[in-house]
Structure formats: C-alpha cells, structure tokens
Design a protein around this ligand. Sequence first.
Ligand code: NAD
Ligand code: IPM
Ligand code: MN
Length: 357
Amino acid sequence: MTDSFEGTTMTNHKIALIPGDGIGKDVTEAAMTVMDTVAATAGFRLQTESFPWSCAHYHETGAMMPEDGIETLRAFDAIYLGAVGWPDSVPDAVSLHGLLLPIRKAFDQYANIRPHRLLPGVEGPLKSGAFDILCIRENTEGEYSGAGGRVHQGRDNEVAVETSVFTRKGVERILRFGFEQARTRRGHLTSVTKSNAQQYSMVFWDEMTRALASEYPDVTVSHIHIDAMAAKMVMAPETLDVVVASNLFGDILTDLGAAIQGGLGFAASANICPDRSAPSMFEPVHGSAPDIAGTGIANPIAAIWSGAMMLHHLGETAAADAVEQAIAATTEQGIRVRPGSNSTDEITSAVIAALKG
Ligand code: NAD
Ligand code: IPM
Ligand code: MN
C-alpha cells in the first residue's frame, strides 16, 4: 500500500504484532525497534498493530485469540510473532493449537524457511567452520495434520492415535519450493525422510522427490534418513545446502540447526504463503524460554533476523540486507559470542548502531 504521509508518498506495510509469552515480548520489542530504525532510513513505514493474544489472554478471556482472530489477521501484509507458550499455566497443546498452529494452517503458510549460518564472531559448539544451510520445513500437514483422537480415556484399554497425513499436493509443493531455493543457491537439495521404516508416507515422499528431480536437472539431490541427518548436521554441516523435510522432522532439525549456529537465540524463521493469497508470518525458531523470561538476557538476534526476512518478503530488499549486515557487524565485534554475555538491550543497541554506522 502507498499513502501520502506528511506531503511525501511512502510505502506503508501493515504488520500485525503478536508478542505472545515470556521472551517473545522482549524479542518482539527488540526486533521492532530495529525494523522502525531501518524503515526510517529506507523511507517506508511499518504500520503496526499489536495483539495481546497469549497465555495471559487465555486466562482473561478463555481463548488464545478471539473467534475472529484469523479474519482480523487476514487484513495485514505480514504477521510478526514473538513466541507462544507458558506451560505452567496453560497446557502447550492448548496454547499452541489456539494460536500459532491455526495461523500457519489457515493462511496456508506451507513453507517454513529456517536459515542456519554461523555468524561472524560467533563460536558454535562444532570444530568445523563455516556452514550455510537453508532448511525448508513443510508447515501445514504431515505429523502435524491434527488427524487423530483418544478413546477409553483413563482406562486400561485406552487408545491414542495421531496420524500423519501426506498429500500429493502438500508434498509436491514443498519439494518444488526446495528445488527452487536450491536453484538460487549452491544447487544442492537434501531430502530428509525415514523411508526405511515408514513404508507409506516416506516412500511416497522419496518417490515424489525422484519424479520432480528430472524437472530440475541443475539441482543435485541427496536422500538421507532423519537419524543419519542428525549426525550429518553435527559432523559435516558444510556439505549441506538446501534441506527439505516434513513438519516434525524439520522442527527437530531446526533446533539442531540453531544449536550448531550458537544457540536458539540465533535461529530465524519465516512461515511463507508462497502464492501471497494470505499474510505470511515471521518468528524466531525459539519459544518463550520460561527459564530466562524476565531476566533481560534473551538473545534478540533470531528475532531481528526474522524481521529482516519479513522485510525481504515485503519487497524491502535493501533494508533487509542492511539489517542482516548490521547483525553480522554486531556479532563480528564479539557481541554475544557467549550466551548470556550481553543483555537483550545491549545487543539491540549494537545492531541499531551498526545500522546507523
Ligand atoms: P525454548 O526455545 O523456549 O527454550 C529452549 C532453551 O533455549 C531454553 O533453555 C531457553 O532459555 C533457550 N533460549 C531460547 N531462546 C533463547 C534466546 N532468544 N536467547 C537465549 N536463550 C534462549 O523451548 P522450550 O523451553 O521447549 O519451550 C518453552 C515454551 O515455548 C513452551 O511453551 C513451548 O511450547 C513454546 N514454544 C513456542 C514456540 C513458538 O511460539 N514459535 C517455539 C518453540 C517452543
Ligand atoms: C516451532 C515450534 C512449534 C512447532 C511448536 C511450538 C508447536 O517448536 O515453531 O519450531 O513445533 O512448529
Ligand atoms: Mn520447534
């Protein structure tokens, strides 16, 4: 949207903010301070509206978000989310199924993009040096399909079933997304399954990967099982380029990806609706971190990087690049080399100084 603001014509992006719970609130504030700074320099406006949807909101209203929450969000150009969950007061299965997961599904944000790079100056736990992995996680079906149920609860004959659902449409579109990403990078796609044990869904995924590979002759493809992949990400992360995985496998691998890049405070994420028929959502990989909430030491870099991914999606490419460069300049100075070595505010100020610098 373009509007007239103080006599000038300025692009205006409408952003829905959902800070959520715990450190989600701190890192959202940090990210938005950086976003506003870069917007002022680059000459666009982020028109934000904040929604208090969270576990506290659940206690006040009986729901994580209002009934028309999804429709409210639909009017925005993008959604920025901090983190959701406060398991001591609301069961995780209630809070996450009441807010985060319905947004991903309702807006068909099927591509969850999670970059894992060792930023300059950051000491990861591995001996190996640089790596640059782009994990593409299927985000709407698979193990998170929600198909299942429980019967005979509390009795000896109790049964709980939760069925993974893999559709041709769902698998094909995430694989194509992965192939397309690989094309723009180093031309290699690693498809992660468990087709030695899961003989229906994962064999189907492998077959789809092989069938599509012929359409992308410029991309080389590796097939690997999730267990071997967990080891490879530790032993040889530099050999990986684009990684495509199902919802649950991608979830687990991206916490591992976060770990090898120095910790959860470094891992960014974008939930993309590729055809842009609905808003996409940007959030760090990490959760609400109840163990450090309120201490002011949450690392905001994952959140700021997620903000850069949002700017990129909104077409503000120069601003997105400037934020990524400012993050790198900050870590290069030795800020946040060790977890807890700088406060959220100190890191945010350093990124802003690098942006202005
Ligand atoms: P978590 O990611 O919140 O925390 C795991 C560990 O990483 C903790 O020790 C935490 O202190 C540390 N950590 C996380 N982010 C950090 C940061 N920015 N800086 C420094 N350290 C950081 O995972 P969890 O403990 O399993 O989950 C806590 C809550 O968050 C649960 O309710 C969970 O369901 C929820 N959760 C939400 C999201 C989301 O909203 N996207 C993601 C993951 C977990
Ligand atoms: C993530 C989170 C969520 C997921 C949880 C909170 C439901 O772990 O975004 O990685 O599993 O997708
Ligand atoms: Mn996760």
